[in-house]
Design a binder for this molecule. Structure first.
Ligand code: NZQ
Ligand code: ZN
Length: 391
């Protein structure tokens, strides 16, 4: 049995209308001055920003704004936020949006609390020793950053997309109202569903031991997201399905579906981060391309787990393990395609040359600190093969 730590300090307020409790919540943490971090304007259009600023005004909480965070968020925006916070002695960060906005707030939190260049924490030169506190109002079910210990930032200059993991950045609270996700375009909803499933897959396809209870939770989560993702593709306003995937988003990446495993595989994520860093691909759409290519490459090295997944998550019957495992991979691809997600790079009009692939593989290997993966240890050559299979 593997040892594990399960730490989820985030207070979750889930359900319709919970944003109304924001003022009291901030008062309970004695917050008087904060920075609102948000993206390209969806929360302006939906009215959520006004709802929030009205509450802040009513509670006499002073606020500043950092807007314009882009998907695959950039280091330059993080540095802009750090300057605003330092100049104005801001004591709290309120992220309103999805993974990109939350991760930007997390990086600002590191940059304010720790001296020196914040990129050091993403390039693994140093480890953060603390962070400014963060609250979240979530508007997309996807990255799971609202409860995770992770933040992923792209360096504008080098195009390196790198993650920093530490418990310091786990949000203090997360307000989740599924209603806010109904304004999402279909491609973002579906890419989000893929990312949610993937966070559990990364923890499920391991070879170093698993707990039965964790497997049951993981399989239930994946079944739920496959089912409700399909419902949302047909009917984006189904609020019950929105709620199912929103809670799944948090549970899939807060550590729950990995308790008792060997630390997870995470190679689909590592390989995908190179793609979204280099080509600005939507993270979930990058995963729907990389995972099938990865799975076809490694499944024979972890046949029991691929068989179990196909049987218990997708309901595929049969006793020939290899056949069932292959059918499971094929069915997963079919579901992604039925959600209009790409399963090959060419579907996004991206055609990397062999040199581009070698560059991405080298960069991935470097970010992993050498060969990595639990289902199968991947070296440079394996990474090149997986990218090539994804063309
Ligand atoms: O910027 P706005 O105008 O808000 O539009 C966003 C953005 O264009 C839009 N959107 C969000 N909520 C909306 C909405 N549009 C209409 N209505 C709403 N309610 O959706 C677009 C994508 O937003 P983004 O925040 O990028 O999405 P997501 O949550 O998928 O985050 C992706 C980022 O998170 C990283 C990914 O690599 C990527 O950079 N990840 C972060 C993780 C973590 N911190 O734990 C783990 C993940 O594996 C992932 O790597
Ligand atoms: Zn992800």
């Amino acid at each position: 049995m593997n040892k594990f730590k399960y730490y989820t300090p985030t207070k979750v307020l889930f359900g319709e209308g919970r944003v109304k409790e924001l003022g009291d919540l901030l008062n309970s943490y004695k917050i008087n001055k904060l920075l609102i971090v948000y993206g390209g304007g969806s929360i302006v259009k939906s009215g959520l920003l006004k709802e929030v600023t009205d509450i802040l005004n009513n509670y006499n909480i002073k606020y500043y704004e950092l807007k314009g965070v882009e998907p695959n968020p950039l280091l330059s925006k993080v540095n802009e936020g750090i300057d605003i916070v330092k100049k104005n002695n801001i004591e709290f960060l309120l992220a309103i949006g999805g993974g990109s906005v939350i991760d930007t707030a997390k990086a600002i939190g590191y940059g304010v609390f720790n001296d020196g260049d914040v990129w050091d924490f993403y390039s693994k030169r140093r480890k953060p020793e603390g962070s400014l506190k963060i609250g979240v109002i979530l508007t997309i079910a996807a990255a799971g950053s609202e409860m995770s210990d992770s933040s992923v930032i792209t360096n504008d200059k080098t195009k390196e997309k790198r993650g920093c993991n530490s418990d310091y950045c786990r949000p203090t609270f997360a307000i989740m109202d599924p209603k806010y996700t109904t304004t999402l375009p279909d491609n973002q909803t579906m890419a989000g569903c893929c990312d949610i499933i993937m966070h559990t897959m990364e923890r499920y396809f391991t070879k170093g031991g698993n707990l039965e209870i964790t497997d049951e939770i993981a399989e239930g989560l994946m079944r739920t997201v496959f089912k409700n993702g399909t419902i949302l593709h047909d009917n984006p306003n189904d609020i019950k399905a929105r709620a199912e995937v929103m809670w799944a988003s948090s549970l899939s990446h807060n550590g729950l579906t990995g308790c008792g495993n060997d630390g997870g595989d995470f190679m689909s994520h590592k390989l995908e981060h190179e793609l979204s860093g280099k080509y600005n691909v939507t993270h979930g759409a990058g995963l729907s391309i990389i995972w099938p290519s990865w799975a076809e490459y490694v499944y024979m090295n972890n046949l029991d787990r691929f068989y179990k997944y196909a049987k218990n998550v997708l309901g595929i019957e049969g006793t020939d393990k290899m056949d069932v495992a292959k059918k499971g991979i094929r069915k997963t691809k079919e579901i992604f395609s039925s959600w209009n997600l790409p399963i090959k790079l060419r579907e996004l009009d991206i055609y990397p040359t062999h040199e581009d692939i070698i560059d991405m593989a080298k960069s991935c290997l470097e970010s992993c600190g050498g060969p990595k993966g639990s289902s199968r240890l991947l070296d440079l050559n394996d990474m090149i093969n997986i990218y090539t299979n994804a063309l």
